[in-house]
Design a protein around this ligand. Structure first.
Ligand SMILES: NC(=O)c1ccc[n+]([C@@H]2O[C@H](COP(=O)([O-])OP(=O)(O)OC[C@H]3O[C@@H](n4cnc5c(N)ncnc54)[C@H](OP(=O)(O)O)[C@@H]3O)[C@@H](O)[C@H]2O)c1
Length: 360
């Protein structure tokens, strides 16, 4: 067992400027860890000011910024030196910016570089990778409840082989899912071969929750679509154009719970090399069809005149929504001791953060 303790050294976080990465840094600082926050450009105040402030406000620890690029070999050698753990939340899997093949290949290249730096450090005992629920989910009948035992490449025969490596170059969703799943398998093997550290994955579903900076309002992210609903736009509609379906089963998790899960997975004696933890709704309360989410937002924000949802007729959705994905973060609760935010707290505080940033 190689669980970690804050007395033994700092923790490095890649993608520290990002939506999830920033909350990981915040959580670590709150627990008194020294943090090596890895960003691409330490002079970009819009992306790092909130991290610098976290460091200044901390009483008993420090946040040090390190520059690094996931596509450059050796870029994280300095940042990881002397660290007891690395939390790898950085990724270039941006929406619609890369071809499916680039998304797939990029995930391996990035992780190979990061793990090489982990190995060189000689001090890292736990490597926690931000994978995705996409690495878990695959076509299943409605209502199926996914667990950590599921992999996106499962059940290929029953569903005309959609989720196979041959289709990676043709479909961004398949490329993303297979990249995360196969990267997980690769890092567990690298850790096992190395023997000095363990690799663990966190598999988040629809991550929402309060933003720390305007930069966290990433185009096409789940939080971005909540912002759109709060501005009266139907789900999936951007500037009057329907860019994705308005019907979805939202399975929501708070970004602060996702962040905390990374740390407690690194600390836990219940986790080991190859452990994976789904971060999704705590229970049914966090699973809402778009029209139900709209009703909930109306209750939470009575002062907002129009809240978007999905197309309705006679107060009913015009079509039923496919009942998937169903999944709960029970393993993280039971094995890691995660305590989660309620869906009302998460949605309320997401909206409040948009107001505070002057975006609503
Ligand atoms: N958000 C979700 O709902 C969700 C769900 C499942 C899984 N995930 C996974 O969670 C991770 C973090 O996602 P997020 O929502 O926090 O995204 P995000 O806000 O876009 O953060 C991504 C981070 O990666 C950094 N990055 C991108 N390219 C880089 C490069 N070449 N070198 C170094 N750093 C680079 C970004 O730095 P810059 O600030 O410099 O761009 C940013 O800090 C990703 O792996 C994503 O796949 C997210």
């Amino acid at each position: 067992m190689s669980e970690i303790n804050k007395k033994d050294g700092p923790i490095a976080v890649t993608g520290a400027s990002g939506y999830i990465g920033s909350r990981i840094v915040e959580d670590l600082v709150g627990q008194g860890y020294e943090v090596h926050a890895c960003v691409r450009d330490a002079s970009n105040v819009k992306k790092v000011d909130h991290l610098v402030k976290l460091g200044k406000d901390a009483h008993n620890c420090d946040v040090q910024l390190f520059e690094g690029d996931l596509f450059k070999k050796g870029s994280y050698d300095d940042a990881f030196s002397g660290c007891i753990s690395v939390i790898h939340a950085g990724a270039t899997v941006g929406f619609n910016r890369e071809t499916p093949q680039e998304v797939y290949d990029g995930c391996f290249t990035e992780n190979e570089h990061v793990v090489e730096s982990v190995k060189k450090s000689g001090s890292v005992k736990r490597f926690v990778f931000t994978s995705s629920f996409a690495a878990v989910a695959h076509p299943r009948p409605e209502g199926y409840v996914f667990s950590e035992k599921d992999w996106c490449g499962d059940n290929v025969e029953a569903y005309k082989g959609a989720w196979t490596e041959e289709n990676i170059s043709k479909n961004r969703d398949i490329a993303y899912a297979m990249a995360k799943a196969n990267t997980e398998k690769m890092i567990y093997k690298m850790a096992e071969d190395d023997g000095n550290f363990e690799a663990i994955s966190i598999n988040p579903l629809h991550v929402i929750g309060p933003l720390m900076t305007e930069n966290h309002n990433q185009f096409f992210s789940w939080q971005y679509f909540i912002w759109q609903l709060l501005q009266g736009n139907n789900f999936g509609s951007l500037e009057g154009k329907q860019v994705r379906s308005d019907r979805m089963l939202w399975n929501m998790v708070d970004v602060r719970d996702v962040a905390k899960a990374h740390r407690i997975a690194a600390e836990s004696s219940n986790a080991k090399n190859g452990s994976r933890f789904i971060l999704s709704a705590t229970d049914h309360s966090g699973e809402l069809f778009t029209w139900e989410l709209q009703a909930k937002l109306k209750d939470l924000f009575p002062e907002i005149k129009t809240i978007g949802g999905e197309r309705m007729e006679d107060n009913k959705p015009i079509k039923p929504t496919y009942d998937s994905p169903r999944s709960y973060c029970q393993k993280a609760i039971q094995e890691l001791g995660l305590l989660t935010y309620s869906i009302d707290e998460t949605l309320r505080e997401t909206g409040e953060s948009y107001k505070k940033l002057g975006l609503l």
